[in-house]
Design a protein around this ligand. Structure first.
Ligand code: CO8
Length: 257
C-alpha cells in the first residue's frame, strides 16, 4: 500500500512510524487512521520487527488531534463509528501489542494525538512538546480513550483538571505528573527511544509480551490483573527463556534470549 500520510521504515528490528501531514500539524484524518491500521498490523505480523516508535513529521507537532475539519460532515452514527474505530486501533493494535510501542512526542500532542500517545507503552517527549485534551473546548470530550487512560496515568484530580480546563501543559509538567516518562532535547528524542527499545530487546520477548498483557489487564477490569499475572507467571515457568534466564543468573553470565 502506498502511504499518503505516513512514513514507515524498519531498521534494526524497530518500526519507525511517522505521521506525515505537516500542513495540518499531523492531525489524524480517516485516511491516516486507515494507514496507521495497516502499518500496525505489519508491526504485529513482521517477525523482524521487535518494537515500534511513533512520532510526528516536522518540528512543530506530534499529532494535533483528530482532524477537526472532517468532523463537520459527521452524523451521530459516523462519530460513533469513528470513535469505535479509534478505540480498536489504539487499544487492540497499540496498547495490546505484544511488541513495545513508544510515542516519541516531538511537539503538540493534543486530543486524539495525546490519546494515541497514552495508548503507547511509554511516552518520551522533547522539551518543546505541549500536551492537552482540548476536546471540551470543541464541545466534545476525549473520544479515543483519553478519559480512561489519562485518569490511570495521572490520577482523577489532575485528569479532570486537564480535561475540564482543556489547557495545555508543558512536557516538563507532564513528566512531573507521570504522563511523560522522560523529557529530552528534541535532537535526542529518537535516539533515546531507540536505546530504551534496544534494552527491552535484550530481555525475553516472551516475558515482555506477558508483562504487557498483565499490566493491561489492570486497566480494563474484565479479568483481574492478579489472575492474569498468576497465569502468566506459571506459564512462563514452562518456557526455554525462563530456564535460560535462571541458569544464566546462577552461573553469573548474561542470558542469551
Ligand atoms: N485538525 C485539522 N486541522 C488542524 C488541526 C486539527 N486537529 N490542528 C491544526 N490544524 C491545522 C490548522 O487548521 C491550520 O491549517 P490552515 O493552515 O489550513 O489554516 C494548520 O494546521 C496550522 O495550525 P495553526 O495555524 O492553528 O497553528 P498555530 O501554531 O497557530 O496553533 C495549535 C497550533 C495550538 C495546535 C492549533 O492548531 C490548535 O489548537 N489545533 C487544534 C487542536 C485541537 O483542538 N485538537 C483536538 C481535536 S479533537 C480530537 O482530537 C478528538 C479526538 C477524539 C475523536 C473521537 C472521534 C469522533
Amino acid at each position: 500500500m502506498e502511504f499518503q500520510n505516513l512514513l514507515y521504515r524498519v531498521e534494526n528490528n524497530i518500526a519507525f512510524i511517522t505521521i506525515n501531514r505537516i500542513p495540518a500539524l499531523n492531525a489524524l484524518n480517516q485516511q491516516t487512521l486507515d494507514e496507521l491500521e495497516v502499518v500496525l498490523i505489519a508491526v504485529k505480523e513482521n517477525a523482524l520487527v521487535k518494537g515500534a516508535i511513533i512520532t510526528g513529521a516536522g518540528e512543530k507537532a506530534f499529532i494535533a488531534g483528530a482532524d477537526i475539519k472532517e468532523f463537520i460532515a459527521l452524523e451521530h452514527a459516523d462519530a460513533k463509528d469513528l470513535s469505535e474505530r479509534g478505540h480498536y486501533i489504539f487499544t487492540e493494535l497499540i496498547q495490546n501489542s505484544k511488541k513495545t510501542i513508544i510515542a516519541a512526542i516531538n511537539g503538540f500532542a493534543l486530543g486524539g494525538g495525546l490519546e494515541l500517545a497514552m495508548a503507547c507503552h511509554m511516552r518520551f517527549a522533547s522539551e518543546n512538546a505541549k500536551l492537552g485534551l482540548p476536546e471540551v473546548s470543541l464541545g466534545l470530550l476525549p473520544g479515543y480513550g483519553g478519559t480512561q487512560r489519562l485518569t490511570q496515568l495521572v490520577g482523577r484530580g489532575r485528569a479532570l483538571q486537564m480535561i475540564l480546563t482543556a489547557d495545555m501543559i508543558t512536557a516538563e509538567e507532564g513528566s512531573r505528573i507521570g504522563l511523560i516518562n522522560e523529557v529530552v532535547p528534541a535532537d535526542e528524542l529518537l535516539d533515546r527511544s531507540v536505546s530504551v527499545l534496544q534494552r527491552i530487546f535484550s530481555r525475553s520477548s516472551t516475558a515482555v509480551a506477558a508483562a504487557i498483557d498483565a499490566v493491561n489487564a489492570f486497566d480494563f477490569g474484565k479479568r483481574t490483573g492478579y489472575e492474569v499475572e498468576i497465569a502468566h507467571f506459571s506459564d512462563l515457568f514452562l518456557t526455554a527463556d525462563f530456564k535460560e534466564g535462571v541458569d544464566a543468573f546462577l552461573k553469573k553470565r548474561k542470558p542469551n534470549f
